[in-house]
Design a protein around this ligand. Structure first.
Ligand SMILES: Cc1ncc(COP(=O)(O)O)c(C=O)c1O
Length: 506
């Protein structure tokens, strides 16, 4: 390493100077005080979140204010923060609130939030180069190898979410099947007709991944599910064999650990056997369910996940890490690298200096500039520990079972699918049930009491409660059920009144 007195003097002179035109605060003390107020405000928001509505519609005037012109002149930080408190904070989706049960949204956590602030302060770019933030990401890759029983050569990468993680995995599988030359020649140059397989209950991001990687979404065969909404293994085998006979090249089976509609976990061991017999890449979409491995009660149901060629999941769902923190792992890290690495003069590697430490994360995915998602994940895993995170996951499943019990105990409610993990799908029994239940969900959301979403189970519109937030408790489930009954009764009574009135006028 090169050192000299000259260097010391140069540094002293450099430090004595300052740039007048910087964007940094002119008055650091005032800025620090304002920063502390902002931190206090957001901590207070989460501390007292129960006192707020889960969600509320954005008033017209507030929405219109987001059409303001480009800000040419500066505005005081405190004024911009006041605007945030008035116009943004009250009208966010509310997934930090324990009453939020829609889609699959994690609740976030306070240590992760502070880590996100630290990451923004460092402003690290994790595309590459030799710096400690990348070691943090590598440590999480190593922890995930251990957690999921992947070998030492497995690679891992933070991405936005499981939609992107699925795409990365499908691309690696495609390139392995067609040969890595496909990156240059394109899929059209190949005579091979690839087909992939997943269940009818799989997430739409898999279909989109086939589309994005040039194979077309028709290449994704949808296999039927059993009564538990798990992929039908016999039907899968039949489809693969029939496609082979028809001249296709089956290259990918995508199992799901926690389906988006009902939380079903495919028989991953069974899928691993078929994939190995048929020499097909096995991908597991474990968007939220994979982290069930942290719970000793759920982990046995994920048996077979360790045999996957690739695994996609989100820390921002059951892992409670603030958005966004998706993750993809590939059993054979070299295949993963070959699918993405791309030499460029300006990304030349070295053995010393900042350009050391190859391979870099940019060699494993589409992004060159990458944020420090690993830090909020690292803080979350370290501060709470895996046991507490696993217990939080288990509690959400117990709450879904409690919801199932309450639904089964109420004559006016109907359970539409078995509760497998943390998701319960049910509805209010009535005439015109699809329309009424869709209305119940909107009314529930607007009431500010609970925010479930909807889905369709065997064609029927369902009220879908996915309990993902570590803050949710039994009182939130009671509030959801009681408010559903109340709203359902009011809607059906009003409809009956209207019918009576119409009959009277006839
Ligand atoms: C099973 C499954 N796969 C994929 C996704 C997509 O994940 P993301 O929203 O993080 O892209 C979801 C989202 O809920 C999901 O439940």
């Amino acid at each position: 390493m090169f050192r000299s007195n000259n260097m010391h003097e140069i540094r002293l002179k450099q430090n004595a100077g300052a740039c007048d035109a910087t964007l940094d605060p002119a008055d650091w003390d005032a800025f620090r005080a304002q920063g502390h107020r902002m931190l206090d405000d957001i901590l207070g928001y989460v501390e007292h979140i129960r006192a707020r509505p889960v969600w509320q519609p954005i008033p017209g005037a507030v929405r219109a204010s987001f059409r303001d012109a480009l800000p040419l002149a500066p505005t005081d930080l405190s004024a911009v923060h006041a605007e945030f408190l008035e116009k943004i904070l009250p009208y966010s989706s509310g997934n930090a609130h324990p009453g939020f049960m829609g889609w699959v949204h994690g609740g976030g956590n306070m240590a992760g939030m502070l880590a996100e602030m630290l990451a923004a302060g460092l402003n690290a770019n994790l595309g590459g180069r030799d710096h400690a933030p990348i070691e943090v990401e590598r440590q999480i890759v190593q922890w995930m190898r251990e957690l999921f029983g992947f070998p030492a050569g497995a690679s891992g990468l933070f991405v936005t979410g499981t939609s992107m993680a699925n795409l990365v995995a499908v691309l690696v599988a495609r390139d392995k099947a067609l040969g890595f030359d496909v990156r240059r020649s394109g899929v059209a140059a190949s005579a091979k007709r690839l087909t992939a397989y997943t269940s009818t209950a799989a997430h739409g991001s898999l279909r989109r991944a086939l589309d994005f990687c040039g194979l077309g979404s028709d290449a994704l065969r949808l296999v039927s599910v059993d009564a538990q909404h798990r992929i039908n293994l016999a039907a899968l085998r039949r489809m693969v064999e029939s496609d082979r006979r028809a001249g296709y090249l089956p290259f990918l089976i995508a199992g799901t650990a926690g389906t988006v509609d009902t939380g079903a976990i495919d028989d991953l061991d069974g899928l691993a056997v078929i994939a190995s017999e048929q020499h097909i890449w096995l991908h597991i979409d474990g968007a939220y369910g994979a982290l069930g491995i942290l719970s000793p009660k759920i982990a046995p149901r994920l048996a077979g996940i360790e045999a996957a060629d690739s695994l996609a999941f989100d820390f921002h769902k059951w892992g409670q890490v603030p958005y966004d923190a998706g993750f993809v792992m590939v059993r054979d890290g070299e295949l993963h690298r070959k699918a993405f690495a791309s030499p460029a003069a300006y990304l030349e590697r070295d053995t010393r200096g900042l350009a050391a430490g190859s391979p870099w994360p940019c060699d494993f995915g589409p992004d060159l500039s990458r944020g420090f998602r690993a830090l909020k994940t690292w803080f979350t895993l370290k501060v709470y520990g895996l046991q507490a995170l696993g217990e939080a996951i288990e509690r959400t499943c117990e709450l879904a079972q409690y919801l199932e019990k309450r639904v089964l105990a109420a004559n006016e409610l109907q359970l539409l699918a078995p509760v497998s993990l943390n998701i319960a799908c049910f509805r209010f029994r009535c005439a015109d049930a699809d329309r009424v239940n869709a209305r119940i969900v909107v009314d529930l959301q607007e009431s500010g009491i609970a925010a479930p979403s909807t889905t369709r189970i065997n064609g029927d519109l369902a009220i879908r409660a996915a309990i993902t937030n570590h803050r949710t408790g039994a009182s939130d489930i009671d509030a959801l059920v009681d408010a559903t009954l109340d709203i359902g009764r009011k809607i059906t009574a009003a409809a009956e009144d209207r019918e009576l009135e119409a009959a009277y006028h006839d």
